[in-house]
Design a protein around this ligand. Structure first.
Ligand code: RP5
Length: 165
């Protein structure tokens, strides 16, 4: 199976970003996590992106806050799908990172999830890999069924509570 690269701009992003890694582990997807910055280590970040396909990666997840150019810089340096996670924080509390990540020019897309949306970034990466992996697609289906069962259980509890006053 292709690997997922989970890239973050700073170690300060890790407490949120690790939720993406946990989700990838739950799906049995191999991944690597790295700290690389579009601003502080631009050469290394570009090099990683340029080598990513040859290194066995299938999807890149890039998390960054504030002037969040990381996902865009990765997308500009390779043609693998890039999922961007705008990080909460800074003077604008993540709105700056959201716009910096999502507002890409034509031809260089970044599939942007919600502010701090690490879990969904991993689920989207899994869905991309599952296009050509039936076993992974089956694990995604199972996760959806489990989610639906949880909701059904909660609904049952709520109705019981309403009935019993
Ligand atoms: C971004 O700046 C990082 O992704 C992080 O979200 C933010 C702050 O970085 P630190 O100053 O905490 O290293 O590049």
């Amino acid at each position: 199976m292709k690997k997922v690269a989970v890239i973050m701009g700073s170690d300060s992003d890790w407490p949120v970003v690790k939720a993406a890694c946990r989700q990838l582990e739950d799906f049995g997807i191999p991944y690597e996590a790295h700290i690389l910055s579009a601003h502080r280590t631009p050469v290394q970040a570009a090099q990683f992106a340029k080598n990513a396909r040859a290194s066995g990666f299938g999807v890149l997840i890039c998390a960054a806050g504030m002037a969040a150019h990381l996902a865009g810089a990765f997308a500009g340096n390779c043609t693998l799908p890039v999922v961007g996670i705008p990080m909460k924080g800074g003077a604008m509390d993540g709105l700056d990172a959201l716009l910096a990540t999502v507002q890409m020019p034509g031809g260089i897309p970044v599939a942007t999830v919600a502010i701090n949306g690490a879990k969904n970034a991993a689920v989207l990466a899994a869905q991309i890999l599952a296009v050509s992996d039936d076993a992974l697609a089956a694990r995604l289906d199972a996760a959806r069924s489990a989610m639906a069962a949880q909701i059904a259980e909660k609904e049952e509890k709520l109705q019981a509570e309403l009935k019993n006053g």
